[in-house]
Unconditional design. Sequence first.
Length: 252
Amino acid sequence: MATLEIKDLQVTVDTENGVKEILRGVTLTVKSGETHAIMGPNGSGKSTLAYSIAGHPKYTITGGTVTLDGEDVLAMSVDERARAGLFLAMQYPVEVPGVTVSNFLRTAKTAIDGQAPALRHWVKDVKNAMSDLRMDPAFAERNVNEGFSGGEKKRHEILQMELLKPRFAILDETDSGLDVDALKIVSEGVNRVRSTGDVGVLLITHYTRILRYIKPDFVHVFVDGKIVEEGGPELADRLEDEGYDRFVGVKA
Ligand code: ADP
Ligand code: MG
Ligand code: MG
């Protein structure tokens, strides 16, 4: 059992107009086996939370802590965070010129595990995971993110998650830009990883749609850099009916 603990996290970002306060005291605990949905309007700071935990240099932590089983995540390099078992599916993934999906996955797996995966099993694992996600085997030989469609990027993220087996996965807007069929396939992938019971998932989303396929254990409503309401899956149903209006302007 592993625990990711976010305590009173405060984060600013440098903008052209000066330093802007974005996260204003976020407190959240995710345990392995749990899925937490973070839901909130655009611009509320959801991606900032994901990037801050991942160690993106643009974001400055001005207060609070993030720990993984008591270890200070914020003191770790980005690589160390990955080796500690944190996985962040980027909302806007970057291109990696000249590196194929196949090489990228193997390099990432080797870096995280500290040793190269046994080739025979690895090739089979990649093949199976790609087939589960209904990906063309030829996809493995394409360069990472080069000309990927929105749906291909999302499948590639989930493929990484299935193969890298993180302890905690932070999925930011995994549902954006997917048609219903792709959304189902991607959700099935997330649910397969969840069903191991070993991973904690932080599912960040603006829309309630993905929560029809991935049932969260806990829902947190995120407005203006803070969690303003928490509950079980029924809270997502209420948001689907009522939207975020009643929470905007609420001071937590
Ligand atoms: P969400 O993911 O909920 O839509 P974001 O975390 O992307 O929200 O953004 C929260 C606020 O912080 C927004 O007002 C956004 O414009 C601002 N912001 C986030 N990242 C940056 C950045 N790198 N530079 C300037 N402003 C940023
Ligand atoms: Mg946004
Ligand atoms: Mg966002």
